[in-house]
Design a protein around this ligand. Structure first.
Ligand code: NCD
Ligand code: ZN
Length: 345
């Protein structure tokens, strides 16, 4: 049996750090494991300009523990009134690595999101020409569409049009949760890829709703039925470079999760690699883990792979029931469970 696994240092291609005290508390968990991370811009107010992103990046860098090398990769929150020139200049200056499309009101802090994709077509055109990557939260928001169908519906209404109208635009379909999304991505050219979270590989929708409401298994897009989970596991472990790691770690304090209207988001940063590795091992796919975690993302983003290596070793690790954060508590993903791998160092 494999006892250790040594791979290039991975990157996290989608996560939320927040700001202030929460940000300072969560950055170390990510910086310990990952060399780089695509940082989501859904702060209040959202990160909509290169100047805001540059300042936010400085605040994140100041929170990286001494001795760790970590590079936050910043994203621009697209709105109906995004200034394409500022975005393109920010990308050219290395402030922005990508821009993020949140359909208005799709998820946490997305009220300023795009109300109609047609409104940002001029921006997408510039992004295509200048080679700026588009990250997409792929869910429609109409109240008449069932929450479990919102991703599949987004593909039909918007994704197909975006890839048809901007054939050279690089698009990341983020945190995919359905077989439909995996199939869609597989059917596109090399300019379309997807990230997959650990939670969508581990749970189906029963985990939210059976045995009482389980707020710590609630995130957006919501987990779907078992057939979808199995399709995602197949995609993630397939070795296909279109699929790569993006945790969507989304910290919300316990008090904001365990309440009458709990926030969407799962805080999986502390044991992210161990969580993914459990899935790859169960699928008999330890050999494709490095591609998913460390190689496919940089290739898609046109960035070098990390030179450093990390080693994971077989060991029983009990995930704490909660962790201190910002003077309160946060419940990590896999709280109270025993995982079979541990990252060295
Ligand atoms: C994210 C958050 O809390 O910012 N929540 C989530 O459930 N994933 C937003 C998002 O990525 O949808
Ligand atoms: Zn997210």
């Amino acid at each position: 049996m494999t006892e250790t696994l040594t791979i290039r240092r991975p990157d996290d291609w989608h996560l939320h750090f927040r700001d202030g005290e929460v940000m300072r508390g969560v950055v170390p968990y990510t910086a310990r494991q990952f060399a780089r991370a695509i940082v989501m811009p859904n702060l209040t107010p959202p990160v909509t300009t290169a100047a805001m992103a540059a300042e936010y990046r400085e605040r994140i860098l100041a929170a990286v523990p001494e001795g760790l090398r970590f590079t936050p990769l910043m994203t621009c929150y697209l709105t109906d009134t995004t200034d394409a020139e500022d975005l393109v200049r920010g990308a050219a200056e290395g402030v922005f690595t990508a821009a993020k499309l949140y359909p208005a009101n799709a998820t946490t802090n997305s009220a300023h999101g795009v109300s109609d994709v047609a409104k940002i077509y001029p921006v997408l055109e510039r992004m295509e020409t200048e080679g700026v990557i588009l990250c997409v939260h792929g869910e429609v928001t109409d109240s008449e569409i069932d929450v479990f169908d919102r991703e599949a519906e987004f593909i039909e209404r918007h994704m197909r049009a975006i890839v048809r109208d901007f054939p050279r635009l690089r698009v990341v379909f983020e945190h995919i949760t359905t077989a439909d999304a995996a199939e869609f991505v597989l059917g596109q050219g090399v300019n379309v890829a997807a990230t997959i979270t650990p939670q969508h590989l581990h749970i189906n929708r029963n985990a939210m709703l059976v045995g009482g409401i389980q707020p710590h298994n609630y995130c957006l897009p919501v987990a779907k039925r078992e057939t979808h989970r199995l399709a995602l596991r197949k995609a993630a472990t397939s070795g296909n470079p279109k699929f790569f790691l993006g945790t969507d770690s989304a910290p919300h304090l316990r008090s904001a999760k365990e309440t009458s209207c709990g926030c969407a988001g799962i805080f999986n940063a502390p044991y992210a690699l161990e969580s993914y590795l459990k899935v790859f091992e169960e699928e008999g796919a330890l050999d494709t883990f490095e591609g998913f975690a460390s190689l496919h993302g940089p290739a898609f983003y046109g960035l070098p792979v990390n030179e450093e290596e990390i080693t994971l070793e077989r060991a029983e690790v009990t995930v704490p029931a909660s962790l201190p954060l910002a003077g309160e508590e946060i419940v990590p993903w896999h709280a109270g469970e025993v995982l079979g791998w541990r990252m060295r160092g």
